[in-house]
Design a protein around this ligand. Structure first.
Ligand code: AMP
Ligand code: ZN
Ligand code: ZN
Length: 402
């Protein structure tokens, strides 16, 4: 009898300490372009409350390049862009002989471009359901399957409608209820590009994001389910001055390279695909012209970027100084905010990470960390093993209530 009581006690304690898969839910939310300092800068009430009740990072460091597609996909694969294959918002692929563009729906939905084991599929492999109300890679059958519920990206869908759908997924009967749900909002990126991070329009957008967070949190609280809410962004935003001086005019290079190289411009950086004698010639020319930008051979990019082993990265990579932008026509491309710069040396590229829920420690502050570590945290909360990835569970494990 005593033995049974002991076993019962032991199993209860063991269960409490090591929740088995199937006992937790994670909702991962991204506000595109939400800079690490906005909550303090604009004193956002619901974010402040969530931070008191949960864990907040000083900032989350985006992967290089600090653009939307590479970073959203790093968050859900635990891999650096150089390793998951979505190396940029726009890049050339020499196997498909196509230039991948985020505006091309067919390419965005083509699994050829997406590597790794995204969280939706990892969760499914572990016998649980997954869902997405938008996220890079979620409308693609990576590793052979789609999320159980997903939506084709459509910017015009109202923000409240997105939140309602997430709550309805959590209200499904237990056997159908997704354990991992992603949710995405783009409006902060749009407004801060158009007006700059310090503009009144941007402040208004952030107050609106704060309302949405309050609404989402309130709805989740009403469910009485063990839901962990993780709020992230992909990158921050650099305030730009709209002056021709800040545009790096490379029209001369375009003329030289025409027909001998492929050039893909991402504004903050540029990929040039070429080889042999042409590569050496273009490299020399660019090195002589270096002014507010740096020229790298792919194999010589800084180690911290983990950006030298993928054939989709330009053979030559040009990276602009923060505040500068590459252009073939300085009259185009006018933005008061920009991103894409080196996330390790440009504080303004810093993103957010806030976590909240019964599995997350309260009123805890953690130092800056790289976004590849979010994936193993989510897997850990859901009680599942990760495949081989760049991120490590050790970085965020300490914020979890075991
Ligand atoms: P950028 O600021 O250029 O790095 O990219 C942000 C853009 O990506 C925004 O205009 C979004 O509307 C767009 N975007 C975000 N997620 C997706 C998606 N899943 N499919 C297509 N476009 C997206
Ligand atoms: Zn973005
Ligand atoms: Zn953007």
């Amino acid at each position: 009898m005593r033995k049974i009581a002991f076993l019962l006690y032991f199993s209860l304690v063991f269960q409490a300490a090591w929740p088995q898969s199937g006992t937790s839910y994670v909702v991962l939310v991204s506000f595109d372009g939400f800079r690490y300092d906005y909550v303090e800068k604009y004193d956002l009430e619901n974010f402040n409350q969530l931070i008191i009740e949960g864990t907040a990072a000083e900032k989350m460091i985006p992967s290089f390049p600090s653009k939307t597609f590479p970073n959203h996909y790093s968050i859900v694969t635990g891999l650096y862009p150089g390793n998951h294959g979505l190396v940029d918002n726009t890049f050339y692929d020499s196997i498909s002989n196509e230039t991948y563009k985020i505006s091309n729906r067919d390419m965005v939905r083509n699994s050829f471009y997406y590597g790794g084991m995204p969280l939706w599929q990892l969760v499914q492999e572990n016998g649980m359901k997954s869902a997405s109300y938008f996220w890079v890679g979620s409308e693609t059958a990576v590793a052979g399957s789609y999320p159980d519920h997903f939506k084709y990206y459509d910017e015009s869908v109202g923000d409240q409608e997105r939140i309602n759908a997430v709550i309805n997924w959590l209200r499904l009967p237990e056997e159908d209820r997704p354990h991992f749900i992603s949710l995405y909002f783009s409006f902060i990126d749009h407004v801060t590009h158009a007006h700059g991070p310090d503009a009144p329009e941007s402040e208004k957008a952030l107050r609106y994001a704060d309302q949405l967070l309050g609404e989402l949190k309130k709805q989740i609280e009403s469910l009485d389910l063990p839901v962990t809410l993780i709020i992230v962004s992909d990158h921050g935003m650099y305030p730009m001055i709209l002056d021709k001086e800040y545009y790096i005019d490379l029209s001369g290079i375009k003329d030289i390279a025409e027909n001998q190289a492929k050039i893909v411009n991402n504004g903050s950086h540029m990929h040039i695909y070429c080889d042999g004698e042409v590569k050496q010639r273009i490299l020399k020319q660019l090195e002589n012209k270096e002014d507010h930008f740096r020229t790298y051979l792919r194999e010589n990019t800084p180690d911290r970027w983990h950006y030298n082993g993928n054939y989709r990265i330009g053979d030559i990579l040009l990276v602009a100084e923060p505040g500068f932008s590459f252009s073939f026509n300085p009259n185009d491309n006018k933005h008061y905010g920009a991103h894409g710069y080196d996330p390790y040396t440009t504080p303004e590229m810093g993103a957010i990470f806030y976590a909240w829920g019964p599995r997350i420690k309260k009123n805890k502050k953690i130092p800056a960390f790289e976004n590849i570590h979010v994936y193993p945290l989510i897997a850990h909360i859901l009680g599942i093993e990760t495949p081989a990835i760049d991120g490590s569970v050790r970085v965020l494990q300490d914020i979890v209530v075991e």
